[in-house]
Design a protein. Structure first.
Length: 578
């Protein structure tokens, strides 16, 4: 983007887009059950309408990037509609950010980035560094004081204000690349900007992500050379700037070690276990390719990677990742799109990526590239994707698209549609937030009424139905009246109906039928066994299903079945007592 005249200021639209980015980086509410996650979903949905209006306008102006991206989103919508689980593929479930609506939100974020003026684009790197700096500060506090609650480190790995340590690592890897470019491009401010690499590197090490640590360090140095070329600097200038950045990265890494030696943080530089060393990812990538062979054109639908691959889980994967922990995402953006939107979707997505690589320029590309590279090993997320797409949109270096000559009524109609979608997104985001408030209030499993209210707010959501099943089970255990027992069975039936492809729901219904179902004890055991076998078919290494089947076999005094299920359990977990 060319520099803007100094006498011009960012427009109101610029400030709104910058606020969108800042919110995605730092918003958090302790009053929510998923306070680091749900607020970002709400912001994404609010930006859906304005961003799609910009995208549509660019399509009409024959903008190449917009056309590729719009074609991909449209095809993904078709894939969702024709999938095995259309509703879940379209809008996902509570507590998740997978589904077509979120892909549309990411596309809208790119449109918002294209909407930025040169003045707004010049401010965006500062907003990014400030937001990442806040995350780094929170992460350092987490490493030093080990708080509890939403900001608690998971297995010693800090989160900052992200919902996952890997998301924080990816964002900071992009931040290191941005620091390198800015350090190289501005000799006067280079030292001050490079100083940010010290806390950023330390925090990346605290997250435990080797890929982000190594990739961010390499990109930060490479970006120095590219940034220096924009100022026609000498080789000596490039060398000095690179040494400053390398020194800051090395200092940050060294400063992180004392906290780790005292028990905080989680350096994994030497960790080569299967789970940490990508063995599980390779397994699921292979499973994804097998699933693609079944549905090569339309794929399984956005957000349905788990549905496509759960039956292909191996014993090694279950043991490495802990049993019943299935990948909801391929942990590779290319394979994810191939599995969920088919070959056509991957081609359209690839066309957008190639166009962006050809047309985007400047420091924001380095930031986006640093984050996006981690998507080859980690999931796409609402914590990372919207910020990256705004940056890529703002970095578009193509000449302004041709003017759109539309009748005034068409322009008014487009604005009205955008406003309507924005209002709908605002309302949907509000529903998500209020649902999350209710789930936090209903954290006591016996608080059935509160969870029932959440279910009414988001009907046909299997995750909320599963929570309701748990609450009603607790209620029936305390007060085993016929009405309470029937309520458990009804809730379990509804959960399975809403998402029959998830093994956990079948296990829960099996226990409900075995405990509260009609008939004799033997009849209830047979009914439960049917559901446990369905779960086993969906995930042949589900510890929940294997344990339940072993219990049924023991009740039926089937020694051969007990031995068979025991053998499978021992392959992935501690052997059960005889």
């Amino acid at each position: 983007m060319p520099d803007a005249p100094s006498n011009q200021r960012p427009s109101r639209a610029d400030w709104l887009v910058l606020a969108y980015v800042a919110g995605m980086l730092v918003l958090w509410s302790p009053d929510l059950h998923l306070g680091l996650f749900t607020v970002r979903l709400a912001v994404l949905l609010v930006g859906l309408g304005p961003g799609l209006v910009v995208l549509g306008s660019l399509v009409l102006r024959r903008d190449a990037g917009a056309r590729w991206l719009s074609a991909f989103v449209a095809w993904a919508l078709v894939c969702a509609v024709v999938s095995v689980s259309p509703r879940l593929s379209l809008i996902g479930t509570y507590g998740s950010d997978v589904g077509w609506i979120y892909l549309a939100g990411y596309a809208a974020a790119w449109g918002l980035g294209r909407r930025l003026s040169p003045q707004g684009t010049r401010l965006l790197p500062a907003v990014l560094l400030a937001g990442l700096g806040v995350n780094a500060a929170f992460a350092i506090l987490e490493a030093a004081f080990e708080p509890t609650g939403a900001l608690e480190a998971v297995d010693g790995r800090v989160l900052g204000l992200m919902s996952n340590n890997l998301f924080l690592a990816g964002m900071l890897a992009g931040g290191l690349a941005l620091i390198g470019y800015l350090s190289g491009a501005d000799a006067r401010r280079g030292l001050a900007v490079a100083a940010l690499a010290v806390p950023f590197t330390a925090v990346v090490n605290f997250t435990g992500s080797r890929a982000a640590l190594v990739g961010g360090a390499v990109l930060s140095v490479a970006a120095v050379a590219v940034g220096r070329r924009t100022r026609a600097s000498t080789s000596a200038d490039v060398g000095r700037a690179a040494l400053v950045v390398v020194g800051a990265v090395a200092l940050g890494f060294c400063l992180s070690l004392p906290l780790q030696s005292s028990g905080s943080g989680a350096s994994r530089v030497g960790d080569v276990s299967s789970s940490a060393g990508y063995g599980s990812r390779l397994t699921m990538w292979g499973a994804g390719l097998e699933a693609t062979a079944e549905r090569p054109v339309f794929g399984w639908g956005p957000g349905r990677f788990r549905e496509a691959t759960s039956s292909r889980v191996t014993a090694a994967f279950a043991k490495a990742e802990t049993p019943d922990r299935l990948f909801y995402d391929a942990h590779n953006i290319g394979i994810e799109q191939l599995v969920t939107t088919g070959i056509v979707g991957l081609v359209l997505f690839g066309g957008f990526v190639v166009t962006v690589l050809r047309r985007a320029r400047g420091p924001l590309v380095w930031f986006a590239g640093g984050v996006a590279l981690t998507w080859l090993l980690n999931p796409l997320s609402v914590c990372t994707a919207p910020v990256v797409l705004v940056a890529l949109g703002a970095a578009w270096a193509q000449a302004p698209p041709r003017p759109l000559r539309s009748a005034p009524e068409r322009v008014a109609l487009a604005r009205a549609v955008g406003a309507a979608v924005a209002v709908a997104g605002f309302l949907l985001g509000g529903v998500l937030v209020w649902t999350d408030v209710l789930i936090k209030q209903g954290s006591d499993p016996t608080n059935v009424e509160t969870i029932e209210t959440a279910v009414r707010l988001r009907p046909a959501d299997p995750v909320l139905q599963g929570l309701l099943t748990d609450a009603r089970t607790q209620q029936a255990s305390v007060a085993p009246t016929p009405a309470n027992q029937k309520a458990v069975l009804d809730a379990a039936d509804e959960t399975v109906r809403l998402e029959p492809s998830r093994p956990t729901w079948w296990v829960r219904r099996g226990y409900a039928r075995g405990t509260f179902g009609p008939g004799t004890e033997a009849e209830r055991a047979r009914a439960a066994e049917e559901d446990f076998e369905r779960a086993y078919a969906l995930d042949p290494w589900s510890l929940e299903a294997l344990t339940a089947l072993r219990q049924v076999a023991a009740f039926q005094e089937d020694a051969a079945a007990v031995a068979r299920w025991t053998d499978r359990i021992c392959q992935i977990s501690t052997c059960p007592a005889p």
